[in-house]
Design a protein around this ligand. Structure first.
Ligand SMILES: NC(=O)c1ccc[n+]([C@@H]2O[C@H](COP(=O)([O-])OP(=O)(O)OC[C@H]3O[C@@H](n4cnc5c(N)ncnc54)[C@H](O)[C@@H]3O)[C@@H](O)[C@H]2O)c1
Length: 319
């Protein structure tokens, strides 16, 4: 059964993959994006895709974009942890007030479901690993706190107005279309870029820190699935497998047939040592039993980059 779905931040990294997924399932998709970091070239020309340029902080823009929509995937955000520290007021405007606009509009327009992007940043320094959804939340940045506030608002909108919501706590998402030129690029995009250009990847600290890397196509599939489920609350979107930065560099060196050794820099004070998501709820609610392995995901990313370099950007095409 096809639906009309609004994707805020749909021109961004996770957003554009989610749009591809929803189109492939036969839905009508409307994107609302202010193109601050998103790009038109991330989106395909498609008869069932409509693009609205606007801002989630602006009530009129959100109303216009939500007209006639049944479900919403809300991803638009100021995504930089560092910027949330240097500009907390601006960050909260995008991330808290923007989300509140979307949730409130969803109630006014009678939407049946809102799925939104939370983050593993809500946890802060873990007391135990893997991190399950019931773990204590102690965010270390305004960004993490903003995502937590959004979870509380979503839960209240459910309580007050019956709005059905699900917040995904994404761990470290990677894959094609993550821009290494962005000052906020994820570590995988930065390492691939360094190795491709015969530069040593920079590691802050000793490289023994671990992360739970989740492939973007899996995230897009879970977003689509969650839009059509009834599960209410929050859920980790992780693989349950930890990889160190040194493991990552070794895997990339093998795949790219390079032999770069990392350049070690001073550890960053805001970095946590280990992060790993518990996946029981994800398995139970959304059935992601076999997420793409890091090796397969990196292979797909590198093949996509090679095609991109050889042929130029293929609109909306993914690995
Ligand atoms: N990438 C990750 O590893 C990760 C991890 C945890 C959470 N998240 C969350 O997932 C979501 C998507 O992140 P991403 O990695 O795709 O980032 P991204 O920067 O590629 O996408 C964000 C999109 O939102 C748009 N946008 C920003 N502010 C806006 C505004 N005020 N109004 C309208 N559009 C606006 C941008 O132009 C961009 O297209 C974000 O909410 C982010 O906080 C991402």
């Amino acid at each position: 059964m096809s639906a009309t779905i609004l994707v805020t931040g749909g021109a961004g990294f996770i957003g554009s993959h989610s749009v591809d997924q929803l189109l492939s399932e036969g839905h009508h998709v409307r994107v609302l994006d202010n193109f601050s970091s998103g790009k038109k070239r991330n989106l395909p020309e498609h008869p069932r895709l409509e693009i609205v340029t606007g801002d989630v902080r602006n009530r009129a823009d959100v109303d216009r974009a939500m007209d006639g929509v049944e479900r919403c995937l809300h991803l638009a955000a100021q995504v930089s942890v560092a910027r949330s520290v240097s500009h907390p007021d601006e960050s909260a405007q995008h991330n808290v007030m923007g989300t509140l606009q979307v949730l409130h509009a969803a109630c006014r327009h009678g939407l049946s479901r809102v799925v939104y992007a939370s983050s593993a940043a809500v946890y802060g320094t873990p007391e135990n690993l893997p991190l399950s959804e019931g773990a204590r939340l102690r965010p270390l940045s305004p960004y993490g706190l903003e995502k937590w506030i959004n979870e509380r608002y979503a839960s209240l909108q459910h309580q007050l107005h019956g709005l059905s919501t699900l917040g995904f706590r994404y761990f470290n998402v990677y894959g094609p279309r993550q821009d290494p030129q962005s000052p906020y690029a994820g570590v995988i995009a930065l390492f691939v870029d360094a190795l491709r250009h015969n530069r040593s990847p920079t590691v802050f600290g000793d490289g023994g820190q671990t992360r739970d890397f989740v492939f973007v196509a899996d995230v897009a599939r879970m977003n689509a699935r969650a839009l059509f489920s009834e599960h209410q609350g929050v859920c980790n979107l992780a693989t349950g497998k930890a990889s160190s930065l040194l493991d990552l560099i070794a895997a990339l060196n093998t795949l790219l047939e390079s032999q770069q050794v990392p350049r070690f820099d001073a550890p960053r004070s805001e970095d946590i040592r280990h992060s790993l998501g518990a996946t029981a709820r994800l398995h139970k609610w959304f059935g992601l039993k076999e997420p793409r392995s890091l090796e397969d995901g990196l292979k797909a990313l590198i093949e996509h980059d090679a095609r991109w370099t050889a042929q130029g950007p293929q609109e909306g095409q993914m690995a």
